[in-house]
Design a protein around this ligand. Sequence first.
Ligand SMILES: NC(=O)c1ccc[n+]([C@@H]2O[C@H](COP(=O)([O-])OP(=O)(O)OC[C@H]3O[C@@H](n4cnc5c(N)ncnc54)[C@H](OP(=O)(O)O)[C@@H]3O)[C@@H](O)[C@H]2O)c1
Length: 164
Amino acid sequence: MICPNIAIIVAIAQNFAIGKNNDLLFHLPNDLKRFKKITSGHAVIMGKKTLFSLPNGPLPNRRNIVITDVAGETFEGCETVYSISEAVEAVRNEEEAFVIGGGMIYLQFYPIAGKLYLTMAHRNFEADTFFPEINFEEWTVVSREDLFDEKNNFNYSNIDLVRG
Ligand SMILES: NC(=O)c1ccc[n+]([C@@H]2O[C@H](COP(=O)([O-])OP(=O)(O)OC[C@H]3O[C@@H](n4cnc5c(N)ncnc54)[C@H](OP(=O)(O)O)[C@@H]3O)[C@@H](O)[C@H]2O)c1
């Protein structure tokens, strides 16, 4: 079952790499601004490891929904759910909710998310965490912007897609 109101937002490398040592692979200042602009005022859904990787804890001005398998565990400033279906149910009335990682969570939401907001670096990275391989034939590009980051010295694209 596809959930049209659930969007995945992810920064990904050409080889679908997304993380290493519980950290991101690259930091693009413009991309952090984009992430904040897109997700502010909305619900964000994340795995426990991603919550612990956030430098300042739960994200301000957003409903932070954290998924864990540990029964009864809760996190300050967050709503806690204990399964993917519980997360889906928690955002049923949200116009748009964002899955913000990490690898385990993306893997389980990729088959059901209706939208993808990609920041794709046009180079490979060494990583220990990957996004599932995207079949671009299953997605329609809504917008695309090709950019260059001087600090990191690589090209990247912001690509927004909807399923279908
Ligand atoms: N590039 C990007 O845009 C991006 C975005 C976010 C994160 N990341 C990176 O991704 C990496 C972290 O990803 P990860 O895969 O290690 O961890 P994760 O997906 O953030 O969290 C995994 C945890 O979520 C819980 N969980 C997962 N599926 C569950 C389910 N079906 N039911 C209940 N609980 C469930 C489990 O918590 P318990 O152990 O408590 O049961 C599991 O240990 C880091 O390197 C991070 O920097 C990258």
